[in-house]
Write a protein that binds this ligand. Structure first.
Ligand code: ATP
Length: 272
């Protein structure tokens, strides 16, 4: 039987007195599955992501991750344990990277928090992780501002996978990138999922992108799930007018994945 890693049931978030951001949202994510959460701006996607990470407390419903129910913010030991279960990559990694911290140290800091490694082991592992996302030793000594947007997003992905989480939430993680760079990051994410069996919750307003990265999708409007199903099916024959409108707004036929030729290290060729 497939192991369910994330289970959201009747999730609700009301801000203030009556700002209903998320209303009765339910979904599951199985091991190795990639679930897309689709919807236009303000539909409640980020609030769902923040509740999954424990950054917001639901006002109703429950979330369990790896079989344990999460109840809002936690103390430091519990936070560390949760971090091993679920990680997030945001749209703009620049804002979550310390401008004065070298890239190698960004990765090492996460490793130090979670694994009892010697300094040498940490450095070696950090370089392995950077290689796994298509970066090199050269990038390890750089600062965030010396990298391109695509490279910074690779660092954010390396930092997230460094702690070997079971689930990775990607919140508009490729939205700020050029289409060609998006394609490379999506390929990288597909490689990582293939290699590690990690699950994704892929949040996006862009159905062309979602088509390439997810098996199933939920469509959100005004805080509610209005349609759900296998992504391909949902895109081929959307039932709801809202989904049809989202689909009609997609300005391009969609990115076609290139054939991936396995390289010895498993890392992609380009490093945008
Ligand atoms: N802390 C908050 N306080 C009050 N209202 C909030 C808060 N966070 C989000 N909201 C509101 O909840 C609704 C859903 O926001 P959310 O950011 O989850 O949507 P989204 O689909 O992720 O949109 P976007 O992609 O633009 O971030 C919006 O109307 C937003 O203004």
């Amino acid at each position: 039987m497939t192991e369910i890693l994330v289970r959201a049931e009747g999730l609700q978030k009301v801000f203030g007195k009556d700002m209903v951001a998320v209303d009765d949202v339910s979904f599951t994510v199985a091991r190795g599955q990639s679930l897309a959460v689709v919807g236009e701006s303000g539909s409640g996607k980020t609030t769902v992501a923040r509740m999954l990470l424990g950054l917001e407390t639901p006002t109703g419903g429950t979330i369990s991750v790896c079989g344990r129910v999460r109840r809002g913010r936690a103390g430091s030991a519990e936070r560390r344990r949760r971090a091993r279960e679920i990680q997030i990559v945001f749209q703009d990694p620049y804002s979550s990277l310390d401008p004065l911290q070298h890239i190698g140290d960004v990765i090492e800091t996460g490793l130090a928090l979670h694994f009892p490694l010697t300094a040498t082991e940490r450095r070696t592992r950090a370089l392995e992780l950077l290689e796994a996302v298509g970066l090199t030793e050269r990038h390890a000594v750089m600062l965030p501002r010396q990298l391109s947007g695509g490279q910074r997003q690779r660092v954010a992905i390396a930092r997230a996978i460094a702690v070997e989480p079971k689930v990775l939430v990607l919140d508009e993680a490729v939205a700020a990138l050029d289409v060609s760079i998006q394609a490379q990051i999506l390929n990288l994410l597909a490689d990582i999922r293939e290699r590690t069996g990690i699950s994704y919750v892929f949040i996006s307003h862009d159905l062309a992108v979602v088509n390439q990265i997810s098996d199933t999708a939920i469509v959100m409007a005004a805080g509610r799930v209005i349609e759900r199903g296998p992504t391909a099916e949902l895109l081929r024959a959307p039932q709801e007018d809202y989904t049809k409108a989202l689909l009609a707004a997609v300005p391009r036929p969609g990115w076609k994945p290139r054939r991936r030729t396995p390289s010895p290290s498993g890392s992609p060729a380009g490093t945008p």
